[in-house]
Design a protein around this ligand. Structure first.
Ligand SMILES: CC(=O)N[C@@H](CC(=O)O)C(=O)O
Ligand SMILES: [Zn+2]
Length: 313
């Protein structure tokens, strides 16, 4: 009998979902999931049930981020337990339905893994979004994906910030995985971005199959970028934006930003510099969807996260 002495023993990841259209104008996820709803052969693996699912069909139809409110902020305990039925905002109703089908969030009945497919207008490349540095299953999966796609790269963004973390659609699963690929404009499909997303999903599902077959994954470290701070655009007293992302920073996601480096450029050509205390790694630089969220970019810090060995029970 083999034992679990040296590894964290986890249950099989039998129920997996792939969400597209959480934002209805992010076309790679919408298109891939629609494709897989028609024919799911590509996403099936031995011992795994994978369900492709369009999370915000009304927003997809209108090709807009959302109809009433951002679905990827809607999975709060208050929303998920709100009475009101048909009178609730559309996305709150949808969050409740999704929580019924794939959750309930934080319960033993919840889906094991949910991949939520997003596109960004930022020059971020492939980014896996992790919600907890203690999720050793996800850390091992991300390590596997990074190795599998090398020399192409895929970075890990860790968002467990007490104030900046939000209640995502994928958060109903035991192991939530965000996949953010860019740059791609809203409402547009680019073949390179589409293919990059598809390849990451392939390796992610391969990992789950291997895990369920009993493969042991030894301890490892995963480089991650931890969300530190939201930086807003400079504004006037009326709240209007008075500067743009500086050309030296535009498209430079994941590159070091040092104190004194140019950050914004005002409409009359003045440079505004970064005045933080040390080097940070900006990302989501000039994301179109974040103007409404008063966010020009987020700063991150590089960290090595430690993943324990894992194997299935
Ligand atoms: C551009 C975009 O939509 N990004 C996602 C990131 C995430 O899924 O955590 C969002 O703000 O919901
Ligand atoms: Zn999105």
């Amino acid at each position: 009998m083999s034992s679990c002495n040296n590894s964290a023993c986890l249950n099989e990841a039998r129920r997996v979902a792939i969400f597209g259209g959480t934002h209805g104008n992010e076309m790679s996820g919408v298109t891939l999931v629609n494709l897989w709803v028609k024919n799911s052969a590509e996403i099936q693996r031995k011992g795994v049930e994978t369900k492709p699912f369009i999370t915000n069909p009304k927003a997809v139809e209108k090709c807009t981020r959302y109809v009433d409110t951002d679905l990827n902020r809607a999975f709060t305990p208050e929303n998920l337990s709100a009475p009101g039925g048909d009178n609730l905002p559309y996305e709150v109703q949808r969050a409740q339905e999704i929580n019924r089908i794939f959750g309930p969030k934080e319960s033993p009945d919840a889906y094991d893994v949910i991949f939520d497919l997003h596109n960004t207008t930022s020059n971020m490349g492939c980014t896996l979004i992790l919600e907890s540095s203690n999720d050793h299953f996800n850390l091992q999966m991300m390590h596997y994906i990074k190795k599998a796609i090398a020399p192409a790269s895929c970075l890990v963004l860790l968002n467990e910030h007490p104030l900046l973390k939000y209640s995502t659609s994928r958060s109903v699963a035991k192991h939530p995985v965000g996949l953010e690929v860019g740059p791609q404009p809203q409402g547009v499909l680019r073949s390179n971005i589409f293919e990059a997303m598809r390849v990451i999903l392939k390796h992610a599902l391969d990992f789950i199959e291997l895990f369920n077959e009993g493969m042991e994954f030894p301890p490892c470290t995963v480089e991650a970028f931890r969300v530190l701070e939201r930086i807003d655009y400079p504004r006037d007293a009326n709240g209007n934006i008075i500067a743009m992302v500086h050309p030296n920073l535009q498209d430079c996601d994941w590159e070091p930003l040092n104190p004194g480096d140019p950050m914004f450029q005002t409409f009359d050509g003045k440079t505004i510099h970064y005045h933080g205390s040390g080097t940070v790694y900006p990302t989501f630089i000039n994301e179109a969807a974040y103007y409404e969220k008063q966010q020009a970019f987020v700063t991150t810090r590089r960290e090595a996260l430690v993943a324990s060995a894992i194997r299935k029970v």
